[in-house]
Design a protein around this ligand. Structure first.
Ligand code: ZN
Length: 312
């Protein structure tokens, strides 16, 4: 079955200013490369709906959702920009983009659980893994992957799901939301020290946090995955996998100093597909997080998708 590929023009309309690395061109680079390589033809392209308040509140406080709505929705009319934190701002298209990104993660979850896709990838922005229960930060407004994981548990009645995060930055927001929720096992690696400077001490027994030093390459990441992630994932037997797929640990990416390459992303994906096939009927929902070198991002997403779709 082809990988369901969720993306939407609304996700391009979120713009945080000239020179900001989290830019609309990231999505263009991905789709251009997928089209040029013929990979797009092997995907099942779908348009995501907007997330509802109820869906957002599975991972966020009602106050957070209400405050962001009150701040961001009027920007569509006023055309103004609003600074949320030093790295994060909202403009006229940002509210719709944020709802579309979370909506994609939820729709992908529905599709994979319904069995009309084996796995799904959400090529969306804004990303989500820095967004905490009650706070937007680090280019993120709503935590797309945590919303999707909770949707699988609370709406579809799954009992155990895994969240895997291989972005170069620690997924502090996801940890804030899922730590202590024993229905979720979260496994991640991240460069440490690096923004947001958290993660070295996990906040719950359901967290597998692997800090890696600057300049760590693929071999070190693979060893960490074999020794730290895989035994926990095998023991946990997740019924579905959710991937925070950030590609900024790539050698060419300047927001981190790690040295992964496309082949490492393919290998990591293969390990996760293996876990999913053994325990989760192959069910995987993957959402784009970081990745700021446009060429490296596009090639790494392609490597990830080829393995997800069994196209190698
Ligand atoms: Zn990142």
């Amino acid at each position: 079955m082809p990988v369901a590929f969720y993306s939407h023009p609304d996700c391009r309309a979120h713009f945080m200013g000239r020179g900001h690395p989290e830019c609309p061109q990231r999505l263009d680079a991905i789709s251009d490369h997928l089209i040029a390589t013929g990979l797009m033809d092997a995907l099942d392209a779908r348009e995501p709906p907007l997330a509802s308040d109820e869906q957002l509140q599975r991972a966020h406080t009602g106050v957070h959702v209400a405050e962001l709505r009150a701040a961001m929705e009027p920007l569509r009319q006023s055309g103004e920009h609003l600074q949320i934190d030093p790295d994060t701002s909202a403009g006229p298209g940002s509210w719709q983009a944020a709802l579309r990104a979370a909506g994609a993660a939820v729709a992908a979850t529905d599709a994979v659980i319904a069995g009309n896709a084996q796995s799904a990838f959400c090529a969306v922005r804004p990303p989500g893994h820095h967004a905490e229960r009650g706070a937007a930060m680090g280019f993120c407004f709503f935590n797309n992957i945590a919303i999707a994981a909770r949707h699988a548990l609370d709406v579809h009645g799954l009992q155990r799901v895994a969240v895997i995060d291989f972005d170069v930055h620690h997924g502090n927001g996801t940890e804030d939301i899922v730590a202590g929720d024993e229905r979720i096992l979260m496994a991640s690696f991240f460069q440490h020290p690096l923004y947001p400077y958290s993660g070295a001490v996990p906040k719950g027994t359901n967290m597998v946090n692997v800090p890696l030093p600057p300049y760590a390459r693929g071999a070190q990441a693979r060893e960490a995955i074999e020794q730290m992630w895989l035994p926990r994932l095998e023991a946990f037997k997740p019924q579905m996998l959710f991937i925070s797929a950030g590609f900024d640990a790539h050698r060419e990416d300047e927001l981190g100093q790690m040295g992964l390459v496309e082949d490492d992303y393919a290998w990591i994906t293969q390990q996760l597909v293996g876990v999913a096939q053994r325990h989760a009927q192959g069910r995987i929902v993957s959402c784009l997080e970081g990745g700021y070198h446009l060429g490296a991002l596009a090639r790494s997403v392609a490597a990830h998708l080829r393995v997800l779709g069994g196209l190698d």
